[in-house]
Ligand binder design. Structure first.
Ligand code: FES
Ligand code: FES
Length: 157
């Protein structure tokens, strides 16, 4: 066992980990943050996406100790059902959520994009979510939702 400090959603957590724990394991099993899902476990599906120091990462590919000293944002740090982030609200408004498995990762990929590029075109949105697989929606509604979120975040409701 090893003790590390992880800054998650603006709060520093001191956690005891096995050396081989990945970030997704610590988030889910130690911190009870279940938004990051484990799908493939191989960096292919994007269900475990979180934002680390402003960049999206597959938390199944990051060892927990590698996340020490970084700022981690998970979907729980973005908003909740009582206080939705505009991106989350846009996903609901556009009917872009079906089973929901991919959605935390999608929303975080959208956030990382919009933080850098507040007015992306549809190709840029598709590129930004290209690492996030969705079995349900066919992606168009997700792209619509990210476009809407971009407008809403700029006050163009
Ligand atoms: Fe991490 Fe699929 S579970 S990319
Ligand atoms: Fe089901 Fe995307 S909404 S996988």
């Amino acid at each position: 066992m090893k003790k590390i400090e992880l800054n998650v959603n603006g709060k520093v957590h001191s956690v005891e980990i096995d050396e081989d724990m990945r970030l997704v394991d610590v988030l889910r099993d130690k911190l009870g943050l279940l938004g990051a899902k484990e799908g493939c476990g191989e960096g292919e599906c994007g269900a475990c996406t979180v934002i680390m120091d402003g960049e999206t990462v597959a938390s199944c590919l990051v060892m927990a100790f590698q996340a020490e000293g970084k700022e981690i944002l998970t979907i729980e740090g973005l908003g909740d059902e009582n206080n939705l982030h505009p991106i989350q609200k846009a996903f609901l408004d556009e009917g872009a959520v079906q089973c929901g498995f991919c959605i935390p990762g999608m929303v975080l990929s959208a956030k990382a994009l919009l933080d850098k590029n507040p007015s992306p075109n549809r190709n840029e949105i598709r590129e930004a979510i290209s690492g996030n697989l969705c079995r349900c929606t066919g992606y168009n509604k997700i792209v619509n939702a990210v476009e809407k979120a971009a407008k809403d975040l700029q006050g163009g409701k």
